[in-house]
Design a protein around this ligand. Sequence first.
Ligand code: G6P
Length: 366
Amino acid sequence: SSADKGEFKHYMLKETYEQPEVIKACLEGRVSDDKLLEQCFGVKAGEIFDQVKQVQIIACGTSFHAGLIAKYWIEDLVGIPCMVEVASEYRYRPVVIPEGTLFLTISQSGETADTLAALREVQSRVLASLVICNVPGSTLVRESDLALMTNAGPEIGVASTKAFTTQLVALMLTTLALGRRNGLTAERESAIIAALKKLPQQVLHALEMDSDIEKMAQSFAEKQHSLFLGRGTLYPVAKEGALKLKEISYIHAESYPAGELKHGPLALVDKEMPVVAVAPQNDMLDKLKANLQEVRARGGELFVFAGSDKVQSEEGIYVLNMPECEEIMQPVLYTIPLQLLSYHVAILKGTDVDQPRNLAKSVTVE
Ligand code: G6P
């Protein structure tokens, strides 16, 4: 059963390795050969999606990072505004809610106190609420108008892994539902569905990077600080990679959009601070490479996740080749080696991987 570690030493590792199958489970019954089957959002979904003019995403922790990625997708593929905010801020400030707002919460547990309070606070002022959630029958699912379950199965490790990648799949399905009403063509929808269906196999390939990542982990175990850089949809992936490292290895990990490097964090870079970069497989790559040169020039050791032959290894620059994938689904794929990195660093440090100090799986009180 899912609640059994089986051959794995920790739940987190087991859950990381379950990702190919749970991504498949998350797509099951939600897509045909070439179309989204939008009834999966609930019976009232079609009527509600027809009226959506913008999206407000609210979440905490790892789920918040999924929301940040969805913002890029929604504004790119749907072309309507999408705002993302952590629940603990949103719930306590006077907020402006434009007409036609779809209020989208993302939560593994469906019980996070701040997220639930934010929903209750605005429920009567929004067009409708949708939750992307992993726990059937949870409070957020019961209290939202629409729900899309991530179907990842029980997640026991406190550091979220498979819940995050299935949230991304569910968010892409949401993007398609809104997109088809806003000029996203049937061809594009079908191409994205094909990309989603290739993900389980590609994630499996990304998991094969495990032994390389295990070696890479040795360069982090003795360090006090680290920096994670990304651009575009890979910026939130960098944030998630840094969060994982903080949570289970207790190493200070800072994440930055690569273009902001020169506005502060470059001052911290020296040989004691390893820098992880997630390099996009698109026309932003050259920009990121320029950012990496700035790091290298300060003696920072670089670990770059990139498409094969896109970045060359050299003194102080270690390139880890990512399996091929459609550009749109890169955030899912690039998350995998960062999960493995935090795991292996935690193992080297001997921390309690599944139950990190001071953290809880589900924060149901404020
Ligand atoms: C806690 C967990 C995180 C999780 C966050 C939000 O901090 O340790 O892993 O991302 O809560 O939880 P939720 O269940 O709402 O996704």
